[in-house]
Design a protein around this ligand. Sequence first.
Ligand code: AMP
Ligand code: ZN
Length: 465
Amino acid sequence: MELRLYDTLSREKRAFVPLDAKNVRMYVCGPTVYDFAHIGNARPVIVFDVLFRLLRHLYGEAHVTYVRNITDVDDKINDRAARDFPGLPLNEAIRKVTEQTGQQFHADVDALGALRPSVEPRATEHIGEMREIIERLIAGGFAYAAEDHVLFSPQAMNAANSELPRYGALSKRSLDEMIAGARVDVAPYKRDATDFVLWKPSKPGEPSWPSPAGIKAEGRPGWHVECSAMAWKHLGEQFDIHGGGIDLVFPHHENEVAQTCCAFHQQRMANYWMHNGFLQVESEKMSKSLGNFITIHELLADWPGEVLRLNMLKTHYTSPIDWTMKSLEESAKTLNDWYRFAADVAPSKPATSVVDALLDDLNTPQAIAALHGLRNSSDAAGLSASLRLLGFLSESVAQWEGRKRKASGVDAGEIDRLIAERTAARARKDFKESDRIRDELAVKGVVIKDGKDADGKPVTTWELA
Ligand code: AMP
Ligand code: ZN
């Protein structure tokens, strides 16, 4: 079977043909680092990690380049820095916020079993590339400077009689309708309401860099041009796959296509545009005001990262997910069983049933059904290999069980002490006391089993109910 991917631009599932099978190239929009990432942000991380692993499986580990950026220039970062470190100069405070948040993000996504991308470029390290793209756009007549801003003109793009794509093609919006529906209070420096910012002046104290287009005042880039610059630097003018959440199709990705294609006179930026659906919590949109806003960090205090990963992959990436406690509990149960059955077994090869499901536009629900099939037919080696392909079984059974005990709030030392007391009570035939200790353990969710060791001495083992 061949790999087929759903492409948002052509609105169809197509056979995946890389531009260069020796270097398959994928770009995914990464986090803006100003706070702990929420569980919705984990969705593109996990989905595109599965695709990254699948591409490495198909083309070889050395032949896939995965770029996921870190957006470290943003108003939300500046606000946070001013609030959290009021005593520091803003630039220093910003560095603290982005460093801290970046490290938290890495700790979170490592725990989710996501491989680090091949490159994780930071926006602030690619200002030169952004300026160059902006200069090219001005030279081509697609952008103009006004009042220390540089703006991109979608109307100039669509007026160009050339091989360029039409602005609006990705998000299936008509520019005429956008013009008709534009707000009345348009910024005075814009020629047309639909023009978007490539570069803008910085406020005093904010991070700033020398501006393009002969603008004297220092300034900073708009968000969209950051991704065009980082993708160009690390993947070239055209590459294979561009991904992100569905909310990014418009305006972010539409604008990325416009900038890149007009700057480099290309018909396309990426050959396949992939977008994950949104995640909601217990059937409601996640928001701070509803009080159902959950960070990855908080969930990791209660659940192993692989449980979150499995829970995420039970739904096809293009569909919305309803994130529920019930579903998490089921995922934990499934994974416990798979760990005990397959984690300490040497892997054979990933099962065809699992790989075929993934080849069909990353059909992870079907892949999971195939994993259950392997379990039911007692193919431990096949299950072990297939789970590893999907990014599971990073631990041994012993580590997994130990982590579960810790996560459940049970103190293993305390349990061993109670068991020793019970053994002593039994030795002196104080069965009332030994039963009392058994009950105390049961309340903690610990089930004990009495047996004998190799020398016939009584031993008591325990596990969580
Ligand atoms: P942001 O930091 O908000 O730019 O988001 C980082 C990534 O997470 C983007 O690819 C977003 O599309 C994605 N994302 C944000 N919220 C959700 C959500 N609730 N469900 C799924 N993906 C999301
Ligand atoms: Zn982006």
